[in-house]
Design a protein around this ligand. Sequence first.
Ligand code: TXA
Ligand code: MG
Length: 316
Amino acid sequence: MAGLCNIDEAVRLLQSGEVVGLPTETVYGLGANALDTKAVAKVFEAKNRPSFDPLIVHVADLDGVRSIAELTPAAESLLLAFSPGPLTVVLKKKSIVPDLVTSGHPTVAVRIPAHPMMLQVLQQSGLFVAAPSANPFGYTSPTTAQHVLAQLGERISGVLDGGPCTVGLESTIVDFTGESPKVLRLGGMDVAQLELVLGELPVQTSSSTPHAPGMLSAHYNPGAKIFLHHSVGDALSAACVTNDTAVLLFGPKDEAGYEHQYSLSTTKSYSEAAQNLFAMLRELGSKYPEIHAVRLPEEGLGRAINDRLVRAAATR
Ligand code: TXA
Ligand code: MG
């Protein structure tokens, strides 16, 4: 069983081809040296991840991006505006990136994470780190080191504890390899912010075509059946039928007082809701057979949170 490690140990493990749980501002990643095919193969194995689902490569700075990918002017302007941060860009890959990382695609997903400990690991090791979210394939993403140990502790060499993730949703992915940029995954960076730099950005998320290979419609399984509702009233009526199910809502709890109500944010803060989402799904999934969740307004991070809820509900 792996335990917690410090930055020096994480660097040493990565340099010797091992797989380590690493904190980022979005979710915890399962990192390995991206240029070491054997190490990358261990990531797929530990996660039970199908090899058709490519990995994101984490780099310390723009020079790192240029080392592994053909940086376009539009992608550069987006990275300059929002990196380090919860943003991933898909670019044409350079030949040093192993095909295993990109699942054979000629493109690579790159990101500069904002977590100070992760940045230090990247700088100190001098490595490019391929890291998917540190959960078994198809399950809820981890937002604490303890989540990683609980699900993957037996399969990895250590976890660097950087505290709870401050964003809580995976990065927003923007593809720059087509005729014009488009969003492949909604995430921790609000699309409206990106549009301030790029102009209107189409969102093309729900396909399992080779273009967005990992965007599977059923994902984030928390262990309970999830049902989605358009209003708190609907969710409460559905939950009351058995009285043994959780209601997950956004905003204040209903005064009428059904016992098992949980709020992602009582003050309707999208960023707080994003921060809480995966940890709450995990906790409720371990306590209740069913979770009745209320959709958030389709604006800001609410869109990305709804996207995760829809995929989690599809695992039912
Ligand atoms: O916030 C994040 O992005 C986290 C942290 C650890 O950085 N990572 C993460 O990785 O969410 P993962 O593996 O769970 O999701 C990566 C997504 C997958 O859906 C994958 O299909 C997509 O990125 N992806 C990777 N390379 C791609 C490529 N070349 N073209 C299109 N999609 C790609
Ligand atoms: Mg993932």
